[in-house]
Design a protein around this ligand. Structure first.
Ligand SMILES: Nc1ncnc2c1ncn2[C@@H]1O[C@H](COP(=O)(O)OP(=O)(O)OP(=O)(O)O)[C@@H](O)[C@H]1O
Ligand SMILES: [Mg+2]
Length: 199
């Protein structure tokens, strides 16, 4: 059986949020200091788009070309990398696609889009948990999360930049239970409020 046959069925990757987690982990593994994740649900254009942008070491054109091939990876625990090919395949199955803009020393931007209403589009998943998980797992990274919902005549954006929050905390770790509860509340309220413009 071809390695990628049935690829959208991999149980742990049935949500877009989990794919974004994987992309962000790629950025962190590469040594990025700032990582921005943007998600936009555009009901009007019938599109769901997401991007992960980092200031890491970037990739050569050959590497960019190769990383959507499932046999290319810089991980040492196993020989194939699956994150990018899986997501690309899932997007293309929904009249969407995946693009990578990257250059050595210039960071990496991965953009993915899906037809929002496509029957095979996986659900977005829990963005709050994904954002929180990343912020907690990698507290030294500067995280910027953005969620936009757009409908005819209405647009709402939630944006979270953890730099000013960390400054306000004055040394109290983001992993402190009370801080965590507060940040979870910020995500859930902010994303929930933006989603209200969708049908
Ligand atoms: N943001 C990035 N910056 C630099 N290199 C990257 C970035 N994203 C991906 N890469 C390179 O592309 C390779 C393939 O990534 P991909 O997510 O497909 O697989 P993986 O992370 O190696 O393994 P898996 O995601 O299956 O656990 C990575 O091993 C890494 O070398
Ligand atoms: Mg990966």
């Amino acid at each position: 059986m071809h390695l990628l046959q049935g690829r959208t069925q991999r149980p742990s990757m049935k949500e877009i949020a989990l794919h974004l987690l994987d992309l962000a982990e790629n950025s962190v593994s590469a040594g990025s200091q700032t990582v921005q994740i943007c998600v936009c649900e555009d009901q009007q254009a019938n599109l769901l788009t997401a991007s992960v942008v980092d200031d890491g070491p970037g990739m050569s054109p050959e590497m960019v070309q190769a990383v959507t091939d499932p046999f290319v990876t810089s991980r040492t625990t196993r020989k194939v990398g699956l994150g990018l090919p899986l997501l690309k395949g899932a997007a293309e199955a929904c009249q969407g696609g995946l693009t990578i803009a990257s250059a050595p020393g210039a960071g990496t931007r991965v953009e993915v889009f899906f037809q929002h209403s496509h029957v095979d589009r996986m659900p977005l998943g829990n963005l709050s948990s994904t954002f929180l998980g990343l912020a907690v797992a990698h507290p030294d990274v500067h995280w910027i999360f953005k969620y936009t919902a757009r409908n005819t005549g209405a647009e709402e954006t939630f944006e979270y930049d953890d730099q000013p929050i960390k400054e306000t905390l004055e040394g109290l770790p983001i992993t402190h239970p009370q801080v965590l509860a507060c940040v979870r509340g910020i995500f859930e309220d902010g994303i929930g409020a933006a989603k209200a413009v969708l049908p």
